[in-house]
Design a protein around this ligand. Structure first.
Ligand SMILES: [Zn+2]
Length: 266
């Protein structure tokens, strides 16, 4: 069987399996448990940064954003040593920041904006149906198995996803779905809005969420853009939205018990 045929076979098997599944998806606790497994795999297979200043910054910003979200997740935060310009938050509050994004951000406040956006996807349960399908049908697990057999790891577009090919079962399904996901326009807009509120409540100047876009555009390189650089809505529209929401976010910022402005420089 050729590689292509094998992959097609895996795909059709996936469609059959998911097509026959019942409508009752896995619970949120199950989704979070599989996400935690995938996160542990990322932790054990990635190089964790030892940069003391950046680690301290990621810890304090992530903690403040987590607290301001009001969500009772089992939060975890890591800083991964990697040139990737990236950051994410898995379902259940498992956060990672890549060292490659730090110089692009330029300020602690911009990091708060990025984490606000990523945490909002998790607290708003974006992509939940996709994770349920992946776990229930175990589809990406099968696909990743097929891809591993042919040695191509064809499904993964970034190195984090590729580190997860050893994962089996439902956790693999969740991981591939998470790392290959594309949220819809409405989800992105909602994450931008909530993210700006979260950062303001955490004590960071919400205007920094607007400036962040210019820095990210300037820092955009050949590599796959991070999730929050999603092409929909457009950069222009997102900046306009953030400007429109700014006065509301500023009111929230004024009520924050502690204010850090744009925080420390990076
Ligand atoms: Zn997003």
């Amino acid at each position: 069987m050729t590689y292509k045929k094998l992959l097609l076979f895996c795909l059709s098997l996936t469609l059959m399996t998911t097509g026959c599944s019942t409508l009752n998806g896995p619970s949120e606790a199950e989704i979070n448990a599989e996400a935690a497994k995938a996160y542990n795999e990322v932790k054990s297979k990635s190089k964790i940064s030892h940069n003391p200043e950046w680690n301290a910054m990621v810890q304090r910003v992530a903690k403040r954003i987590a607290a301001s979200s009001g969500e009772n997740f089992n939060w975890e935060y890591i800083l991964i040593e990697s040139p990737e310009v990236n950051a994410w938050c898995m379902p259940g509050g498992k956060i990672a920041v890549y060292t490659g994004i730090m110089p692009v951000l330029k300020t602690e406040g911009a990091l708060a904006a990025v984490l606000g956006h990523e945490v909002a996807h998790a607290t708003l349960r974006h992509g939940k149906a996709g994770y349920q399908r992946a776990i229930k049908g175990n589809m990406a697990g099968m696909l990743i198995g097929g891809a591993a057999v042919i040695g191509g790891q064809l499904l993964c577009k970034n190195s984090t996803c590729r580190t997860l090919t050893g994962l089996g079962g439902a956790a693999a399904g969740l991981a591939v779905t998470f790392f290959q996901r594309k949220y819809g326009r409405d989800d992105e807009t909602q994450a931008d809005k909530y993210g700006q509120i979260y950062m303001a409540r955490a004590g960071y100047d919400p205007a920094e969420a607007i400036v962040l876009w210019d820095r990210m555009s300037a820092g955009k390189q050949g590599a796959a853009p991070p999730e929050f650089m999603s092409t929909h809505p457009s950069d222009t529209q997102r900046k306009a939205n953030l400007r429109g929401w700014l006065s509301e976010a500023e009111q929230v910022y004024q009520q924050a018990p502690q204010k850090y402005g744009t925080g420390e420089k990076i």
